[in-house]
Design a binder for this molecule. Structure first.
Ligand SMILES: C[S@@+](CC[C@H](N)C(=O)[O-])C[C@H]1O[C@@H](n2cnc3c(N)ncnc32)[C@H](O)[C@@H]1O
Length: 312
C-alpha cells in the first residue's frame, strides 16, 4: 500500500470506520482486488467513502465474507474476460445452463456472487459511477408515492435506494433466483425498509410478468439485458407494464464476459435502437469504458447506463 493510500485510509477511519477497515484489508490482499482503490481515493473520495462504509457495514450484518466474495467476484470476471479477449465470444450460449450453474446455485450466489456484486458498487469505479448516475438522474424522476419494480434485482441495492429516497414508494419486484430474493430481503430489512413496502417474488423476464399493463410508475432493469437471450422482448415487456411517461433505469455492457453473460451487443447504437424500438425515449446516457479509467488497459469492456422514459 502506498503512503498516500495509507494516509487517506487513516483519515477516513473516524468517519467511515467499517469502510476504512475493509479498504485496508483489501489492500493487504493485493492489487488484483484493490488496484482501483488509489483511483477511488483520488477521484471519487467523497462518494466512495460513504458507499464503502455502507456496504462494509451491510456485509458485516449479513455475516458475509466481503474480502473473499469481492476477490472471487473480481477474479471470476477477469478470468472470463481473458477468455473473451482471446476468442471474441462470450462463454455461454444457453440460458437454462446458466440458470443451473449460477442463479440456482448456492455455491455461486450465496458464497460470493451476490455479496461480491453488491460490494462492486463501491469498489469498482465504473459500478460506483453508475450508481451515482442512478442517484443523480433516475431517483428524482420517480414519483414520490409511486409503485414500481425492479426485474433482476440481485442484491437489492437499487430497490433499497428508491424506497429510501421516496418514503411513499412501494414495490413488487422480481428475480429468477431464490438466492437473490433471500439476500435482497435481508438487505432491505437491514436498511430499515418496512416490510409492507416491498414484495420480492419469483418471475422470469423471458415470460410475461404477473403485472397489469401500464400499472407501474418506475422500473429498474440493471445488468440483465446481457444475461438473457432476447433483450428486445424484455424491453417490450417492461414497456408494457410501465405507465406512459414513467422512468426506466437500465444498464448493460459491451465486450464484457462473465459466468452469466449471454447476449453480446455490437455497440451502443444497438442498445439505443432496442430501447427506442420498445417505446422509450433516452433522457440521459453514460458510456463508461474501462480504458478511460485505467490508463494503458487493453480491456475492451464498456458499460452503458440509461435513464429513459416510456413514451406517452
Ligand atoms: C448481474 S445481476 C444484477 C443485479 C442488480 N440489478 C445490479 O445491477 O447490480 C443479474 C440478476 O438478474 C437475475 N436474472 C437473470 N436472468 C433473469 C430472468 N430471466 N428473469 C429475472 N431475473 C433474472 C439474476 O438472478 C441476478 O440476480
Amino acid at each position: 500500500m502506498s503512503d498516500a493510500v495509507e494516509v487517506a485510509i487513516e483519515e477516513a477511519q473516524e468517519r467511515y470506520p467499517q469502510g476504512a477497515e475493509l479498504a485496508r484489508k483489501l489492500c493487504a490482499v493485493g492489487p488484483l482486488v484493490s488496484g482501483s482503490i488509489p483511483w477511488l481515493l483520488r477521484e471519487r473520495s467523497e462518494a466512495f467513502w460513504p458507499m464503502a462504509d455502507r456496504l462494509a457495514n451491510l456485509s458485516r450484518r449479513l455475516e458475509g465474507s466481503p474480502i473473499e466474495s469481492l476477490a472471487e467476484y473480481t477474479v471470476m470476471y477477469l478470468k472470463e474476460q481473458m477468455t473473451f479477449e482471446r476468442t471474441g465470444k462470450y462463454s455461454n450460449t444457453d440460458f437454462d445452463e446458466v440458470y443451473k450453474a449460477v442463479y440456482d446455485n448456492p455455491e455461486v450466489m450465496r458464497r460470493f456472487y451476490l455479496e461480491g456484486l453488491m460490494l462492486t458498487h463501491a469498489f469498482w469505479p465504473i459500478h460506483l459511477d453508475i450508481h451515482l448516475f442512478f442517484d443523480e438522474h433516475f431517483l428524482p424522476l420517480v414519483p414520490p408515492a409511486g409503485e414500481g419494480l425492479e426485474v433482476g434485482f440481485g442484491h437489492g441495492l437499487y430497490i433499497c435506494d428508491v424506497l429510501k429516497r421516496h418514503p411513499g414508494a412501494r414495490t413488487r419486484s422480481f428475480d429468477i433466483s431464490q438466492h437473490a430474493r433471500e439476500f435482497a430481503t435481508r438487505v432491505l430489512q437491514l436498511e430499515g425498509i418496512e416490510s409492507d413496502r416491498f414484495a420480492l417474488e419469483a418471475a422470469d423476464i423471458r415470460q410475461p410478468l404477473p403485472v397489469e399493463a401500464r400499472s407501474q410508475e418506475w422500473a429498474v432493469f440493471a445488468e440483465v439485458l446481457e444475461h438473457i437471450p432476447d433483450p428486445q422482448a424484455a424491453l417490450h415487456e417492461l414497456s408494457r407494464v410501465l405507465a406512459p411517461g414513467a422512468p426506466l433505469f437500465t444498464t448493460t455492457v459491451l465486450n464484457s464476459n462473465a459466468i452469466d453473460h449471454l447476449h453480446q451487443f455490437a455497440d451502443a447504437a444497438e442498445v439505443r435502437g432496442m430501447i427506442a424500438k420498445a417505446g422509450f425515449e433516452v433522457v440521459e446516457e453514460r458510456v463508461l469504458a474501462v480504458k478511460d479509467y485505467v490508463s494503458n488497459s487493453n480491456d475492451p469492456t464498456v458499460d452503458l447506463a440509461y435513464v429513459c422514459r416510456r413514451a406517452t
